[in-house]
Ligand binder design. Structure first.
Ligand SMILES: Nc1nc2c(ncn2[C@@H]2O[C@H](COP(=O)(O)OP(=O)(O)OP(=O)(O)O)[C@@H](O)[C@H]2O)c(=O)[nH]1
Ligand SMILES: [Mg+2]
Length: 301
């Protein structure tokens, strides 16, 4: 029942690459809407995930990690961070196990410009022992900015998430739900399918390959019994293509099998997935290519 006390608003999740922003979004929603990988710069587009509760609707915005932009792709990623930063409440997500670095200052600069309350969320406390060390991290960040509050969490185990939800909801303005209650994310299924394929490549490859991978869906045919999907995995060099295909096609097969399972779970339907690998030299500097892989600017993901 919607009472007068209903609150709603936007909550952006900002922080350094690999801090666990996408893991946190999935944990808050209890459903996977964002891909996660143990590599920095996994998320490339700002995406929404909507949490609908009886007395609150929270539109979380997961963003790419704050980093120094070098390529056109990186610049686009940082543009999307800045465009999503303004919100009713901001979560500044910190990997509490990471050493402070120069890029922390850039991340803080961005946050300091915002008018909204900023909650410092200290993530990965499951890896911190003894727990007192969390206090040291809090003290360090207290000196850097006037945060609204500090909430230690583990996005992986779910520790601290109820407290975090309460801290967010108590700061949201009164207002009705903005989306229907079953609305989960703004990403089209085609884009999510492309992301699930990219996630597997990120998980299974290392060094420069993850950064050089982009996925485009060429065909997405929804039939009553089966969804037929054709996807192209783009890399920048021949050597990377050899790695993604693997000996006798073994790597590509693993990527395809794992991604297909995830896509089937998302769609609740059988999927036939075929994948191709192509070399597209320097695509990270190619505005047309970047536009084509961003569903906000084109329908052809
Ligand atoms: N131990 C531990 N690992 C975590 C936790 N949260 C996230 N991780 C791991 O940290 C890595 C990065 O997680 P992501 O959610 O992709 O991080 P992100 O901040 O979205 O990264 P970018 O999209 O690259 O900016 C993954 O290997 C996660 O499993 C946590 O609470 N505890
Ligand atoms: Mg992410």
């Amino acid at each position: 029942m919607r009472t007068k006390k209903h609150v709603s608003g936007f909550v952006s999740i900002l922080g350094r690459p690999n801090a666990g922003k996408s893991t946190l979004l999935n944990a808050l929603l209890g459903t996977k809407v964002a891909i996660v990988a143990p590599r920095p710069q996994t998320t490339r587009n700002a995406i929404q995930g909507v949490l609908t509760l009886p007395a609150a609707q929270v539109v979380f915005v997961d963003t790419p990690g704050i980093h120094k932009s070098t390529t056109k792709l990186n610049k686009r990623m940082m543009d999307s961070v800045r465009a999503s930063a303004a919100a009713d409440v901001v979560l500044f997500l910190v990997d509490a196990t990471a050493r402070p670095s120069d890029e922390d200052a850039d991340a803080l600069d961005l946050v300091k410009k915002l008018d909204a309350p900023v909650i410092a969320v200290l993530n990965k406390v499951d890896k911190i022992s003894p727990k007192q060390k969390v206090l040291e991290v809090i003290t360090r960040y207290q000196e850097l900015h006037d945060f609204a509050t500090f909430v230690p969490i583990s996005a992986l185990t779910g520790d601290g998430l109820d407290t975090l939800k309460q801290e967010i909801i108590s700061r949201l303005p009164l207002g009705p739900a903005m989306y229907p209650k079953d609305y989960l994310t703004d990403q089209p299924e085609r884009f999510l399918a492309a992301e699930m394929i990219r996630e597997q490549v990120l998980k299974l490859t290392r060094e420069e390959v993850p950064h050089a991978v982009a996925v485009m869906i060429e065909k997405f045919e929804d039939t009553p019994k089966l969804v037929r999907i054709s996807a192209t995995i783009y890399v920048e060099r021949q050597g990377q293509k050899t790695i993604v295909i693997g000996a006798g096609g073994s790597m590509l097969k693993r990527v395809g099998t794992e991604a297909r399972k995830q896509i089937e779970e998302m769609l609740g339907k059988k999927v036939f997935l075929e994948t191709f690998v192509k070399v597209q030299p320097n695509w990270r500097e190619d505005p047309e290519f970047l536009q084509a892989t961003d569903w906000r600017t084109t329908s052809g993901v």
